[in-house]
Design a protein around this ligand. Sequence first.
Ligand code: GLN
Ligand code: ZN
Length: 780
Amino acid sequence: VSSPTPSGGPAPTGPSEQSPRTPIGATVLGYPRIGPDRELKRALERYWAGRIDEAELHEVARKIRVDTWRGLADAGLDTIPSNTFSYYDQVLDTATLFGALPSRFTRLGAGPTDTYFAAARGVQDAPAMEMTKWFDTNYHYLVPELGPDSTFSVAGSKPIEEYREARALGLETRPVLVGPVTFLLLSKAADGAPEGFRPIELLDKLLPAYVELLRTLHDEGVRWVQLDEPAFAADRTQSELDALARAYQALGSARERPGIMVAGYFGGLGDALGLLARSPIEALAVDLVTDPSTVDAVAAERGLRDKEVVAGVVDGRNIWRVDVDGALARAATLLGTAGTVGVGTSCSLLHVPYDVDRETGIDARVRDWLAFAGQKVDEVVLIGRALREGQESVAAQLETARSATRDRAGAGDLRDQRVRARLEALKPEHTRRGDYATRAAAQQEALKLPALPSTTIGSFPQTGEVRRQRAAYRAGRIGAEDYRAAMRAEVERVVRLQEDLGLDVLVHGEPERNDMVQYFAEQLAGFAATEHGWVQSYGSRCVRPPVLYGDVSRPAPMTVEWAKYAQSLTERPVKGMLTAPVTILAWSFVRDDQPLADTARQVALAIRDEVHDLESAGIRVIQVDEPALRELLPLRAAEHKAYFDWAVESFRLATSGISDATQIHTHMCYSEFGDILPAIEAIDADVTSIEAARSRMEVLTDLDEAGFSRGVGPGVYDIHSPRVPDVDEVSSLLRTAVEAVPAERVWVNPDCGLKTRGYAEVEPALRNLVTAARQVRAQL
Ligand code: GLN
Ligand code: ZN
């Protein structure tokens, strides 16, 4: 586009009789809130440990908010959001705001702050609210529990207080709220709600509370609010779409209210787009990044002529510099459709780290291809100016951005001809193993395991000593040899312990691994690690995803030495431990210049090399963890098949070409297996261990109904809790398991790795697990 001009028209004023509202213009939908140096994490953990008081915690939070607002305003955004800060989670904030916390927390009689944290983290006798993934991101929210008797009122004042706090600094902000329909769709029926009750049935009770809040905000002088409705980027039923239409008809018709911008993100809005276009709201923020066809759908929408559309052209979830010309073209496409076109991020910037300029450890050339939250704000401002004032006004900045994009596109070192040639030479037999029955027989012959063999998922407790050794090695305080000796000593200790406990298939315990993805990313070509690139996962927990920027290959074996050493210590089989391709992708920032399926195949080849080397080194059981298989599942069912095709293929590519006698295990956690059951069979692992203790083995019935026919290790020890299960409890779970699945296919193991637990619980728990396995085995 050459210097597009904004299509003018007076800004909509909404029904309230206020001065004309200025457009939203260049904005972001949300911002990280953990603090550039994870200040909030530290303050929260100190507060929970009783080491600082509430006032100190609030002061840290206030400073994060103030710095964020000032930073956004100084960068030149036209409007800035507020209420994007959270002490824990925005869905929990919404439940609190509308007085919808479960009564087991409100009844505790604690103050508001501690009641809130009790709901998030649980206290004695009041288990925490359930936590689950926020759409297809790695962020987790707390699931509200609602029943037919739930009531709603404006019980809190957080958005109002934060608006005032910013205004006191001279900054006008746009409070951001989870929209009413998404809030209800993300909620679950409370225990005791009648069968078939769905929280969305409460919409008519919830809307008056939103209307009241809008009026309060209006009285404060708030000009715009942002209501997030990402639930409509997923498939929705007609009645859910009707609920959306009804909600915005009601909110839009409220008499005294700020302008309403509805934000739909994580994909296109599908049928919800037209409904929102026809509803009496003033603005709509759309995600033009996730689904490339969205821009055409929005451009074809007639009902947007009197509305502002904020074109979400800067990716809020990935860390690549924006292609400014592509972004400008997409935003400009909407000029003829919308009353006003603003420019924004595709979603909140919550999902990216703060500032790429601090990453001095990343090769300067690669770093120049990246944009974190701070840089993305500048991109939004730049594109907004180019759109409004013409490209000449920002010619130099556009040129800088273009040259980085060109450099990345032309970078030969992104492409490794050897990797590409291997991929091209792939044939169907590279993803196929012998038939399962033959394999099972060969493996039994080789391993001679008893019925109901017992094992663990891989990691053993990471003691303070282990962490200290790793930290000392990283910091250069101890050399490679000392480090290696310390880790070997730990491996030996863990092997001896497992022999003593009587486990059948042993592990080396993973002491040398910080994280199951980062450990591999650090050793694979094509990845860069960040130093400060923390992203909130939930509450005070953060992850630091590696950046997958080029073709992936494995320069040298990554785990063989550890597995071999562990195997040298024992006659029992030691299980090698790897991470599977989808999980590596899901927990990294991935390149956006080729289909994910291609990147997955490259990662699969690298893991395949490791599998082959482990086998050659005499490792007879190899576990390839794929806990994130569910995580990358697209929000729309129409895309599921294509996803499963490449996800399953990448696992099979990583785990085939080996002897029938080599046993492949995989491990999956997270309780929502429903959608991925067919894939669990299709990946063709010999044994799959899954989380099952909390659901009391229910998943086995589901697997059986889905036709699952291979070995399965339903977790019999819930490692998320410090509780030690006794022998009877484990035997009873095992008896349930052997009723659901033929005993010769059942394995005995905990729900997940043990690295976050302490030996004080793990030892007795595993002892009970082995005893229970022997008991039930004897009764078969
Ligand atoms: N092997 C890994 C461990 O035991 C698996 C972790 C996971 O599933 N998240 O720690
Ligand atoms: Zn797990």
